[in-house]
Design a binder for this molecule. Structure first.
Ligand code: ATP
Length: 285
């Protein structure tokens, strides 16, 4: 069995408050993009084995694939094993939910392979035990995420456009970014404006209102992010933003020539060793 595990970007990301338990209450607009990992699954005698073409991810029990498979086995008394082959295309530690989307693929695949008959809500309940972004990755598409990211509301699919994705060299720790966020100093993005842009079918309105409070931490620590955003917007992007806790930057483009030119310039600049031309991805595509 083969599954494509798509990356996500945040069209909006706001942090409302820090809870007593240390988690943060967020309000985000999540969007699946075309860029994806590919996972193939095979039922085996026993145990969990992960094989990958990437040396950027652990292949042991630290991998979210392992954690998801192990939780499924424990919870449903599965005695047989599973081998997972991971073709890693999504940059790691990049704000693109690469690990969470792989874990989501494991929940979906094992549900089918072992005939568990679980529905999406049940899979999401398992997923949140491993990571707050996993319930969204199980569902995909365009959605708002509230609470710690697990309270999901699907909204109208975001209008399609081309997306230029740039991942600078640096890796970013999500925990560090949230810890360093100065909640009393940030300017909150207009998440409602992003949502109404989506609902009225205007990608221009969506682009005009992109905002991510976590830029206030990650950008000063990685000034290359601003340089990448500038190249994108000077070369035809409607707008550009950092995704999640970064350091990935995405630019939204309407015009194919523009995105190719921006790609070429960024490629030359050396600012982002990983560069992808992809698109807003919704299920009906
Ligand atoms: P998010 O946007 O959810 O914060 P991210 O895109 O910033 O996630 P990931 O790519 O998920 O970050 O990687 C975060 C950490 O998780 C890395 O240090 C990596 O070693 C670890 N990890 C565990 N399993 C995986 C996996 N299957 N793919 C990628 N990273 C994984």
């Amino acid at each position: 069995m083969k599954i494509k595990a798509h990356a996500k970007i945040n069209l909006g990301l706001d942090v409302l408050r820090r809870r007593d338990d240390g988690y943060h209450e967020v309000r985000m607009v999540m969007q699946t993009i075309g860029l994806c990992d590919e996972l193939s699954f095979e039922r085996t005698g026993q145990g969990i084995r992960i094989v990958s073409d990437s040396d950027a991810v652990p292949l042991n029990e630290d991998n979210l694939i392992y954690k998801a498979a192990s939780l499924m086995m424990e919870e449903y008394g599965i005695k047989d094993g599973i081998e997972v082959r991971l073709e890693k295309n999504i940059p790691v530690a990049a704000g693109l939910a690469g690990g969470s989307t792989d874990a989501a693929a494991v929940f979906k695949a094992m549900n089918m392979i072992f005939g568990l008959g679980l529905d999406t809500t049940e899979l999401q309940k398992l997923g949140v035990r491993i990571g707050a972004d996993i319930p969204y990755c199980i569902m995909g598409g365009t959605a708002t995420a509230e609470g710690i990211g697990e309270k999901l509301t699907p909204i109208k699919p975001c209008p399609k456009c081309r997306v230029l994705l740039a991942k600078p060299e640096a890796g970013v720790s999500t925990a560090h970014v949230y810890r360093s966020l100065k909640l009393d100093e940030i300017t909150h993005p207009d998440i409602d404006a992003v949502i109404s842009g989506i609902e009225s079918g205007s990608i221009k309105d969506v682009a005009a209102n992109l905002g991510n409070v976590l830029e206030s931490v990650t950008v000063p620590e990685n000034p290359v992010i601003d340089k990448i955003k500038k190249i994108m917007t000077e070369n035809g992007a409607m707008n550009a933003l950092m995704s999640g806790s970064g350091p990935s930057v995405f630019g939204l483009f309407e015009n194919e020539e523009d995105i190719k030119r921006a790609y070429g310039i960024l490629n030359e600049s050396g600012y982002a060793p990983q560069l992808f031309i992809t698109e807003i991805f919704n299920d009906e595509q």
